[in-house]
Design a protein around this ligand. Structure first.
Ligand code: NAP
Ligand code: ZN
Ligand code: ZN
Length: 349
């Protein structure tokens, strides 16, 4: 067993504070990872504040983890000490159900073990995430990262990257297609980069006029201010696919109107409150409204390789862990370009 430092909260209204964590003894196929960087996803805030139903405390959030292999179990075959590795939103699953066999572990019928605010497959041991010096993970849930990359800028790919990559692949995005991304935040900016690299013509729907130049620099061809009624009207029936990354309650009907016949809107954001759907938005012309949840482990590796090949990294602001509570407040105000990443060297005992 290894004692390590982490940051945790004990209650939804609490701040994150230093916390001592005991990592499990390595099993045969386990890897002990020294965490170097961890991104801050908006889901960390939703869960820390128990906005999605009863959360588990103490909670160590963080599922955009990058680090180096420190120690390996006797039967680990895919990794060596010193390798650059990543861990995303899941650390285990049953391996046997249909979804696991289809490499879609996020839909495991027994319930996947999410990286934090969840239980190991024994259904008893709580999981703790990446705002910590280390983590122990079965090698099947550890991702390989090309060592020459800027590891801090890779961290957000482990959630924001795969969450946008997966639906873009699923709906066969490519040249000749028009893709809209709603919300230029952590997920949104990755969606712009990845959809552009896939060859699509990308537009950003934003509520923030000051993100106009950034959206263009990230690869967007058009930027549409969603509060501008005339601009929204001009965008009617234009898009093949839209990714909705908005974290708060919003009017989805407004954006559905910009889909073409048989166009698809994929909900990625998880606002705590229900949103209103006018069924008229779906029928003339007919449109598809669906959702997507992160991505399986195999697809996450495919995404990391795709991003390495296309030189796609996240745009980040590195912070010390002592500033994590302030970072949460800034993220809620949209004051980050476009992902906070915690430098875990700042966590010293
Ligand atoms: P984020 O960085 O805070 O970005 C969200 C963006 O949404 C903001 O930058 C803002 O963009 C826009 N926005 C915020 N409030 C809005 C409002 N009231 N109306 C319209 N637009 C608004 O968050 P994130 O980390 O990208 O996460 C986004 C959401 O996805 C969260 O709910 C998160 O929990 C969820 N998520 C889902 C999955 C999944 O598997 N489906 C995975 C990860 C995260 P503009 O300033 O450009 O308008
Ligand atoms: Zn996330
Ligand atoms: Zn399963």
């Amino acid at each position: 067993m290894t004692q390590i430092l982490a940051y945790a909260l004990q209650h939804p209204q609490d701040q994150l504070v230093p916390f001592e964590l005991t990592l499990r003894k390595l099993k045969e196929q386990d890897i002990l990872i020294d965490i170097l960087y961890c991104g801050i996803c908006h889901s960390d805030i939703h869960q820390a504040r128990s906005e999605w139903g009863q959360a588990r405390y103490p909670m160590v959030p963080g599922h955009e983890i990058v680090g180096r292999v420190k120690q390996i179990g006797a039967k680990v075959i895919g990794f060596a000490i010193g390798d650059a590795v990543g861990v995303g939103c899941m650390v285990d699953s049953c391996r046997e159900c249909g979804s696991c066999q289809d490499e879609l572990q996020q839909f495991c019928s027994q319930g996947p073990s999410f990286t934090y605010n969840s239980l190991e497959q024994d259904k008893q041991t709580p999981t703790y995430g990446g705002y910590a010096k280390g983590i122990v993970v079965h090698e099947d849930f550890v991702l390989k990262i090309a060592p020459q990359l800027d590891l801090a800028r890779v961290a957000p790919l482990l959630c924001a990257g795969i969450t946008t990559y997966s639906p873009l692949r699923r709906w066969n995005v490519g040249p000749g297609q028009k893709v809209g991304i709603i919300g230029l935040g952590g997920l949104g900016h990755m969606g712009v980069k990845i959809a552009t690299a896939m060859g699509a013509e990308v537009s950003v729907f934003t509520t923030s006029l000051n993100k106009y130049e950034d959206a263009k620099a990230l690869g967007a061809k058009h930027v549409i201010l969603s509060k501008d009624e005339a601009a929204m009207k001009a965008a009617a029936k234009q898009f093949d696919l839209i990714l909705d990354t908005v974290s708060a309650k919003h009017d989805i009907n407004l954006y559905l109107a910009t889909l073409k016949r048989d166009g698809v809107m994929v909900s990625l954001g998880i606002p705590p409150e229900p949103v209103e759907l006018s069924l008229r938005s779906l029928l003339s012309p007919p449109r598809i409204l669906t959702g997507s949840s992160i991505g399986g482990i195999k697809e996450t590796q495919e995404m990391l390789d795709f991003c390495a090949q296309h030189r796609i990294l996240s745009d980040i602001e590195i912070i010390a862990i002592q500033d994590v509570n302030l970072a949460y407040e800034r993220l809620l105000k949209g004051d980050v370009k476009y992902r906070f990443v915690i430098d875990m060297q700042s966590l010293q005992g």
